[in-house]
Design a protein. Structure first.
Length: 238
C-alpha cells in the first residue's frame, strides 16, 4: 500500500492508473504471445552469467511485447518491399519472432552469447510452426566485428551494449552505407533520451532523429536515419 501512495504522490492519480494499466498489458501480452508463438523468452540473465567481462555489454532482459508491436508498427513495413532488419543483441529471439509476422524480406539476429543464440534458433523453429514465414538468420558473433550486410535497411538496438562496442558497430554501419548508399533507419529504445546509450548514438552526426515512439510505462523508442542520403533519381542513389 505504501508503494501505491508513493506512486500517486510522484505520478498523480492519472499517471499511477496509466502505470498500472501498462503493467497489466505487459503481463497479459507476455502470456498470450509466449503461448501463441510457442516460445520461451522471459527472464533476466546477468551479464556475468553470459560470460561478459566488461561493462560494454548489457544483461539479458526481453523487451515487452506491447513495446515491440508499437515499434514495428511505427516502422510501417509494407508488403512487397525489401526491408531487411538486423537485431543486434537478439537475446532469445523475441523481437525476431514478432518481426517475422511483418512483411520483411529478411531478418538477421546477431548475438555474442552462444547459449542465447542457441535458444533463439530453438524459439524461431517453434515460431515457424506457428506461422512466421520470413527468413531469419541467427549469427553468433561479436557485434563489433560483425560483417554488416549491405542490404540492411533497419537496425534494431535494445541497449545491448555501449562504449567502444556501439561506436564500432555504428562505424561498420556507416562503412556499409558508403559502399552501398541507401536509406537506413536505426530504431532504439531505453528509459529516456538522456540514457547513456541514446546520448552515445546522438554523438554520431551522420544520424538524424526522425521520430519518437511512445512506449509502455512512459518509455520511448527513437528512430534515426542517415542524414546524408536522399531518394534516388533515375535509379541512381545519391
Amino acid at each position: 500500500m505504501a508503494r501505491l501512495f508513493n506512486a500517486i504522490r510522484s505520478k498523480g492519480v492519472r499517471g499511477t492508473a496509466r502505470a498500472i494499466a501498462d503493467r497489466i498489458e505487459e503481463a497479459a501480452l507476455e502470456l498470450y504471445w509466449e503461448w501463441k508463438l510457442g516460445i520461451s523468452t522471459s527472464g533476466r540473465i546477468p551479464s556475468e552469467a553470459l560470460g561478459y567481462q566488461d561493462d560494454a555489454h548489457s544483461f539479458y532482459a526481453p523487451t515487452a511485447y506491447g513495446n515491440i508491436m508499437r515499434m514495428l508498427r511505427a516502422l510501417d513495413i509494407r508488403p512487397g518491399g525489401r526491408e531487411v532488419l538486423v537485431d543486434f543483441g537478439c537475446g532469445k529471439g523475441r523481437v525476431l519472432a514478432m518481426a517475422a509476422r511483418f512483411p520483411f524480406a529478411r531478418l538477421v539476429g546477431v548475438e555474442r552469447s552462444a547459449e542465447l543464440a542457441a535458444v533463439t534458433r530453438c524459439n524461431l523453429d517453434r515460431a515457424r510452426r506457428h506461422g512466421t514465414p520470413v527468413p531469419v538468420d541467427v549469427v553468433t558473433a561479436d557485434a563489433a566485428s560483425y560483417a554488416f550486410p549491405d542490404e540492411t535497411t533497419i537496425v534494431y538496438f535494445a541497449s545491448p551494449f555501449s562504449g567502444h562496442v556501439l561506436d564500432a558497430v555504428l562505424e561498420n554501419v556507416r562503412a556499409s552505407l558508403a559502399h552501398a548508399p541507401r536509406r537506413l533507419r536505426i530504431i532504439s529504445h531505453g528509459y529516456d533520451a538522456d540514457n547513456p546509450f541514446e546520448r552515445q548514438i546522438r554523438r554520431h552526426d551522420w544520424l538524424t532523429l526522425r521520430a519518437e515512439v511512445p512506449l509502455l510505462r512512459s518509455n520511448c523508442a527513437w528512430i534515426y536515419g542517415n542524414s546524408r542520403w536522399s531518394a534516388p533519381r533515375d535509379g541512381a542513389a545519391t
